[in-house]
Design a protein around this ligand. Structure first.
Ligand SMILES: [Zn+2]
Length: 210
């Protein structure tokens, strides 16, 4: 297709080359899958942000047993977002309208992503606190929000990490899997989130490095 050729000609030289990624908690209770094109979208937003942090939200759906979240799309930074070298405040402009439209397609708010320019994709203390706040905020209807962090220098050297923040629990890092995984049923399914009347903003502010 003509569009594909155009895209590949303008495609930055990502290292590593983006591929479909699956992550899972050690106990198999939480899984996350993000496709190559959604991951590439995150990388493109990060590249565009230069030396500043950026971020957005993850939307998608859950597996039948509610143990794997599939990221179907990601947003860029809403227009009212603000960012610095080591901080990011994710705005809300336009997100609710987008989410309302997705609701009818069984796609929900799954969590957040952001970029640590020049840093590792390790969750900071502030990342931890804020994703926990989202898990506890009634407006999000999302008791187990996911967090994807990309870090590094775009496009030449990047890394990605994934986390889940179950309500009333500490942050759980999801390990990257090779190949496919088998679903493990859970007795307490995740409630789909995202039908929210007003999506609160998310602020990240770090005093030292990302
Ligand atoms: Zn962070």
């Amino acid at each position: 297709m003509r569009g594909d050729r155009l895209e590949s000609r303008n495609e930055p030289l990502w290292k590593p080359v983006p591929s479909d990624r699956s992550f899972q908690s050690d106990d198999g209770r939480f899984g996350l899958t993000i496709g190559r094109s959604e991951l590439k979208k995150i990388l493109r937003y990060s590249l565009a942000a230069g030396r500043l942090e950026t971020g957005g939200i993850l939307v998608g759906h859950y597996s039948q047993h509610h143990d794997v979240a599939f990221v179907g799309d990601v947003s860029g930074p809403p227009r009212d977002s603000k960012s610095g070298v080591t901080w990011f405040h994710r705005g809300i402009q336009g997100l609710q309208t987008w989410l309302n439209g997705l609701w009818s397609k069984d796609s929900y708010y799954l969590g957040e992503w952001h970029f640590h320019p020049g840093g590792r994709p390790a969750a900071s203390g502030i990342d931890l606190r804020q994703i926990k706040e989202i898990s506890e905020a009634p407006a999000y209807l999302c008791p187990e929000p996911l967090l994807i962090i990309v870090g590094g220098t775009m496009p030449a050297s990047w890394e990605v990490a994934a986390y889940v923040s179950p309500r009333n629990c500490s942050l759980v890092e999801l390990k990257q899997m090779d190949g496919s995984r088998t679903e493990v049923g859970r007795s307490a399914p995740i409630r789909p989130g995202s039908k929210v009347s007003s999506l609160p903003a998310r602020t990240e502010k770090q005093k030292t490095g990302p």
